[in-house]
Write a protein that binds this ligand. Structure first.
Ligand code: P1T
Length: 380
């Protein structure tokens, strides 16, 4: 089955009780049993719920995995992976990450005795030099939030396989429409399903997808035992979103490219971060591992380098909405240093390039003309 068909039919069956084409929202916490322990596959909704199962099957299908797990947020999904670790274990993570992921690693799990190294995964020698007998997990976002850096998934996977390390890829920005990390050697794909998978800015959700069934069992055990599962109503919303993922992503990519080109030619704009620009240092990796476009996320800085110019721009947009989050049908604009990445200490932010004049755009699926006109007027 091709990807665009999988978004609609992958792992889906009409409801066995009624033939309903979309799974009903099984809004129940528990299921009647015939005799203690004898039931039809469902006992308690923290363990499994049929609406969540339908979503989890769709997730496994679109990422070419065997097992999908749906969580109450993207961070709950990440948290579940970290629960596979023990004190003294070490993690090597990409140096540019969503601020909340960095906060979880550095403020929660570091306190539990897990050591984190943050490195640019494009420096493979540096990456290899950090691996020791305690290293257990490699964590990569590609493209990264907010600087749109890429890691070569196949190259990293070659090393993690040799060294027997778990390799997780946060595929939130690319989505499986553009990139399928499990096919490139990653062990775990993670999503903030709040974003493109849900697609309509109306749900907080997360996902993990794996190929290896044993690993899937371990993750399901950690999820069931600690409780970060997604409710049936929200599972339904994400499943509905996935049905149009390919249509939305096609337009996100077209509009993203137009916005990136427009900004690249604007005299007030200094640097545009978009993997689809030929001038982008990650363009070759993007061509290799992202198929069918480069996504709808675009970040940029101002020629003046001034924070005030970024703020003025963000206060002036009219079609774009100034808000956290991304990946919905509507265009959003964000100031990473003051908003999504404020939890990263200032010196760290500056070191990796999250400057005070950096603006991040989530380019939606509106008419591109209206988006460009809005950017033109807001840039002044
Ligand atoms: O918000 P939540 O669903 O818990 O997902 C966390 C998360 C994980 N990974 C990436 C790449 C993300 O972008 C996010 C959430 N990001 C935002 C809310 C944001 O505006 O960047």
């Amino acid at each position: 089955m091709k990807f665009n068909t999988k978004t609609i039919h992958g792992g889906q069956h009409p409801d066995p009780a009624t033939g309903a084409v979309m799974p009903p929202v099984y809004q129940t916490s528990t299921f009647a049993q015939k005799s203690p322990g004898v039931h039809g596959g469902y006992e308690y909704s923290r363990a499994a719920n049929p609406t969540r199962t339908a979503l989890e099957n769709a997730l496994a299908s679109i990422e070419n995995g065997t097992r999908g797990l749906a969580f109450s947020s993207g961070l709950a999904a990440t948290d579940c992976v970290l629960k596979l670790l023990k004190p003294n274990d070490e993690v090597i993570a990409m140096d540019d990450l969503y601020g909340g992921t960095y906060r979880m690693f550095s403020k929660i799990y570091q306190e539990f005795g897990i050591k984190f190294h943050f490195v640019d995964m494009n420096d493979l020698d540096k990456f290899k030099s950090l691996i020791n007998e305690n290293t257990k997990l490699v964590w990569v976002e590609t493209p990264t939030n907010p600087l749109m850096k890429l890691a070569d998934i196949e190259a990293v996977a070659k090393i993690t396989k040799e060294k027997n390390l778990l390799f997780a890829v946060d595929n939130t920005f690319a989505t499986p429409y553009l990139q399928r990390p499990l096919d490139m050697g990653a062990d775990i794909v993670m999503h903030s399903a709040t974003k493109y998978l849900g697609g309509h800015s109306d749900v907080i959700a997360g996902a993990l997808i794996v190929k290896n069934e044993q690993l899937g069992e371990k993750l399901h055990f950690a999820q069931f035992a600690t409780g970060g599962t997604l409710g049936p109503q929200d599972s339904y919303l994400v499943l509905r979103g996935i049905k149009t993922l390919h249509l939305r992503m096609q337009r996100h990519c077209e509009n993203g490219e137009k916005v990136a080109n427009f900004l690249s030619n604007h005299p007030k704009v200094k640097t545009v971060y978009y993997p689809g620009l030929e001038s982008n240092p990650f363009y070759d990796i993007a061509k290799k591992q992202m198929q069918g476009g480069f996504g709808g996320m675009v970040s940029f800085t101002f020629e003046s380098g001034k924070k005030e110019d970024a703020i003025k721009f963000l206060e002036s947009v009219r079609v774009f909405t100034l808000a956290e989050s991304l990946g919905g049908v509507e265009s959003l604009a964000n100031h990473p240093a003051l908003m999504t990445h404020a939890s990263i200490p200032e010196d760290k932010r500056k070191e990796i390039g999250i400057t005070d004049d950096l603006v991040r755009l989530s380019v939606g699926v509106e008419d591109a003309e209206d988006l460009l006109e809005d950017l033109r007027q807001a840039l002044g």
